[in-house]
Design a protein around this ligand. Structure first.
Ligand SMILES: [Zn+2]
Length: 491
């Protein structure tokens, strides 16, 4: 098998050319060149870490994911850059924050002068394959850049669907994608792909976007009863956004039913991932394989009065699971408490696959933490700009500063006081001491925002391509709450 540690062809990408980046890197130590690993990168849409066994949840929702965590490193404090699918995946694929990559609202697609994770790995000689289950991952939104194979696993949208059709289905509450069960088709498609890769010489990069945990919560029949009261006869069901009975103040038994269906989707997805890994293992494709599992954002169940996601930047949507394993290379049973962000995923993968050390991202290679060493603590900047909004948050493990829009005051949450003042991000009366911390936090927030825009100017990346919204699409997105304010009464 040829060594694939050289980075070739990267000069084709504008960013690298602009920055004069190093395009060759050695992957070998004193023991000689090491074969670059296969990489499996899994994004489970809308998955809250606190609903996984390995993060302390009481239900058996995630036995396979738990085993991945036991075999590697679990990050206790991983956060997203936003609270919805499109800009979050753009951040994972570019290593850039929303204000910098610019794909922060509907009607946009990522410009092709971005350097994406799949492009870098493809340039390095990897075979790159992506399988996605939700509409925002469709190539029309620009996230398919760099993939040799990039397939939809949506069962309700034809593979040959035109761009308008896919865009119109993105985010429709009663539209087909939200009732879709995509896991089995993902499993089948990955298996077919793997059957053609068993004898391949080059390493592979496999990206899986698993959609079923995203609302609606409509698990297959054999999972639907796992975590709900079988005698439940109330008005709640898995239609989180479109059922008006799922609202603030609903009865605890009704909310418990919704959560039970959400948990069933997690278990269903966990079993799908197990099947995929078993299949790859039987084909001899799990040797020397780096695995990264995360989510694009969490989900709100009225902790602050809202449901779903893309409404706020509270921790219930901002925190995500992050698990990294690589048998024989990363020690097992590690738990890292340092705060990390999804922008770290790209530079971490690039670091392990011998990529350019001078790659410019807003993330950091987490190799030191994965090796049990220390890294300097870092703030995580997040933003939510959908439909012209401008929410901002800056978070550390100790505090969070947050503002709903440009004109609203900055709010300060103490996340780690003793006794904890705001473990659930409840605003407490400002004391003189906390007023001082709030003001310092606001300065930190503003300077972090400024740095993000400065980097955007430095990189000279073209803004996202505009997609013209049809009336039908605008109506569909408004129904979901992606546009307009109809759903604000829900929160
Ligand atoms: Zn999502």
């Amino acid at each position: 098998m040829p060594t694939r540690c050289r980075w070739i062809g990267a000069s084709a990408h504008l960013t690298l050319a602009l920055l004069g980046m190093v395009i060759f890197a050695s992957c070998g130590g004193s023991d000689g060149p090491r074969q670059p690993p296969n990489v499996i990168f899994i994004s489970i849409d809308s998955l809250r870490p606190d609903h996984l066994g390995c993060y302390g949840y009481g239900r058996d929702t995630s036995p396979f994911i738990d085993s991945l965590a036991e075999g590697g490193v679990r990050f206790e404090n991983a956060v997203s850059t936003t609270s919805w699918t499109l800009p979050s995946h753009a951040a994972m694929f570019t290593g850039l924050l929303g204000p910098t990559h610019g794909l922060i609202d509907n009607g946009k697609s990522l410009s092709d002068d971005h350097v994406t994770l799949a492009e870098l790995l493809s340039d390095a000689g990897y075979h790159t394959a992506g399988f996605f289950g939700g509409p925002y991952l469709h190539p029309t939104f620009g996230l398919g850049q760099g993939f040799d194979v990039y397939e939809s696993c949506m069962t309700t949208t034809p593979d040959a669907a035109g761009d308008d059709e896919v865009r119109s289905s993105a985010g429709t509450p009663d539209g087909p994608s939200h009732h879709d069960i995509t896991g089995p088709r993902t499993r089948e498609k990955v298996s077919s792909w793997a059957a053609g890769r068993e004898a391949a010489a080059e390493p592979y990069f496999l990206f899986l976007h698993l959609w079923d945990v995203h609302y609606d919560f409509t698990p297959p029949a054999e999972y639907a009863q796992l975590f709900v009261d079988s005698n439940y006869a109330g008005p709640a069901d898995g239609r989180l956004m479109s059922n008006p009975e799922i609202r603030p103040g609903m009865k605890p038994a009704d909310l418990a039913h919704v959560l039970g269906l959400y948990d069933a989707e997690i278990r269903f997805t966990d079993d799908i991932i197990r099947d995929i890994f078993d299949d790859l293992d039987q084909r001899g494709m799990m040797e020397n394989t780096l695995v990264i599992l995360t989510s694009d954002h969490g989900e709100e169940f009225f902790e602050h009065g809202f449901k779903g996601h893309n409404k706020t930047l509270f921790d219930e949507v901002l925190r995500v699971p992050l698990i990294v394993s690589w048998q024989g290379e990363i020690d097992d049973r590690q738990v890292v408490g340092d705060q990390v962000q999804i922008t770290d995923i790209m530079p971490t993968i690039i670091g392990f696959t011998g990529g350019p050390s001078s790659l410019v991202t807003q993330g950091h290679d987490l190799a030191p933490l994965l090796a049990g060493r220390e890294m300097a603590p870092r703030d995580a900047l997040s933003g939510l700009f959908i439909d012209g909004g401008d929410q901002r948050a800056l978070r550390s493990n100790e505090r969070k500063v947050f503002r709903f829009n440009e004109l609203s005051p900055t709010v300060y949450f103490d996340l780690q006081s003793n006794p904890r003042e705001d473990p659930a991000e409840v605003i407490s009366p400002l004391t003189e001491h906390s007023q001082d911390r709030r003001e310092r936090g606001e300065l930190d927030l503003n300077s972090a925002i400024r740095r993000a825009y400065d980097l955007k100017s430095t990189l000279k990346l073209r803004p996202p391509n505009s997609i013209e919204l049809t009336d039908d699409m605008r109506s569909a997105l408004t129904d979901l709450g992606y546009l307009g304010t109809e759903d604000e009464d829900d929160g």
